[in-house]
Ligand binder design. Sequence first.
Ligand code: AMP
Length: 132
Amino acid sequence: MASVFSKIINGEIPCYKIAEDEHYFSFLDINPVAEGHTLVIPKKEIDYLFDLDEDTLTGLISFSKKVALGIDKALGCIRTGVIVEGMEVPHAHVHLVPIHFEGQPMGLGRKTEISKERMQEVAELISKAIEL
Ligand code: AMP
């Protein structure tokens, strides 16, 4: 069965889309730990990040860098942090978490309430700031 993330890529499940190219896709995490919390995934559905072949893995990191620089530019955060856990969705993904202040809690367990309107607005801001 296709993962929830493959369904997002295929347009079967809605998302706050950030960016996409031939091999990668990016969208806002639906349970953000901070405003602008973004996921970056390979279109190829592989569960474990380190089972990705070398080209897909390095491409994922390069694509994540472009998205992260877009987040920095769009949101004016002090930097963007990276988390990889992958215990919930069996489709490799990188979490990009904007760090807005020193000491900001970074754990994936916590959730920040953000309205649908603001999620849409933030997705558009980041999307426009990305140079692919
Ligand atoms: P993990 O697999 O532990 O790295 O976490 C999976 C992440 O995917 C969690 O942060 C979820 O909030 C996020 N997530 C799950 N379903 C969706 C969805 N439909 N849209 C956006 N993010 C999702």
